[in-house]
Design a protein around this ligand. Structure first.
Ligand code: ZN
Length: 232
């Protein structure tokens, strides 16, 4: 699985069938109908991408950020219902978005602050107000890491956080990446405080670790993260 996920193809095997086991493992189920895509793209700095599988009647599948446009992955995604919406958290992690859009005819969502117009994105989000995309999806602007960073809240339970927020097993806490903040740490801190207005149980980042906790625990951890950010 590591071999298939590695964005730079740096891992080798001695037996070919090992690779097939890896390929078949992706997309890998994380919870309910949430999958980790694997096939991380070097052009997205190896960021993780996710697939939310939903019936067409509920709005169809959502691909969050862009994996490599690898034939094996594309075939499996197609068998899982294709992609109706492609949500791009920010400009670093868009990789093969054009090829996915062409292949699946999906609507891409991205913020104007990260150059969405220039990229020909179909649904451009402006300003700082949250946007209800459909019954279960909310796009929340969280400027900081980049000017137009967005996070995606699904069913008030799963928060896809891009490079805004992640779990650190070393610090045993939620963190933001102080040394990889390209726009404004002050803004990012403000954006993090804004997330206290929402309920969620999962943090699903582009980099760093996934975290799962109760809503109350998550809120407490997020409050601690905001306090930590204010001291940096
Ligand atoms: Zn980034």
């Amino acid at each position: 699985m590591a071999l298939v996920a590695c964005p730079t193809g740096s891992i080798g095997t001695t037996e070919q069938h090992d690779a097939h086991i890896g390929i078949d493992a992706f997309p890998e189920q994380i919870a309910d109908h949430i999958y980790y895509c694997g096939f991380n793209a070097e052009s997205s700095f190896g960021a993780w991408s996710y697939l939310v599988v939903r019936p067409e009647s509920e709005g169809g599948n959502v691909l969050i950020d862009s994996p490599r446009f690898a034939t094996q992955l594309v075939k499996k995604v197609e068998a899982m219902g294709g992609v109706r919406t492609m949500f791009l958290t920010h400009k670093d992690d868009i990789a093969d978005h054009r090829r996915f859009a062409e292949r699946f005819g999906c609507t891409r969502i991205m913020h104007a602050g990260d150059g969405a117009q220039r990229l020909g994105i179909e649904n451009v989000i402006n300003g700082n107000d949250s946007v209800q995309i459909d019954q279960d999806l909310v796009a929340i602007p969280v400027p900081g890491h980049t000017r137009g960073h967005l996070v995606l809240l699904y069913q008030n339970k799963f928060l896809f956080t891009g490079d805004h927020l992640a779990w650190s097993p070393n610090r045993n806490s939620l963190i933001a990446f102080r040394s990889a903040c390209w726009y404004s740490w002050t803004e990012q801190t403000r954006s993090m405080e804004k997330l206290l207005n929402y309920d969620f149980e999962w943090v699903l980042p582009g980099h760093g670790r996934i975290h799962h906790a109760s809503r109350a625990q998550m809120r407490e951890q997020l409050e601690r993260c905001v306090d930590w950010m204010k001291m940096r």
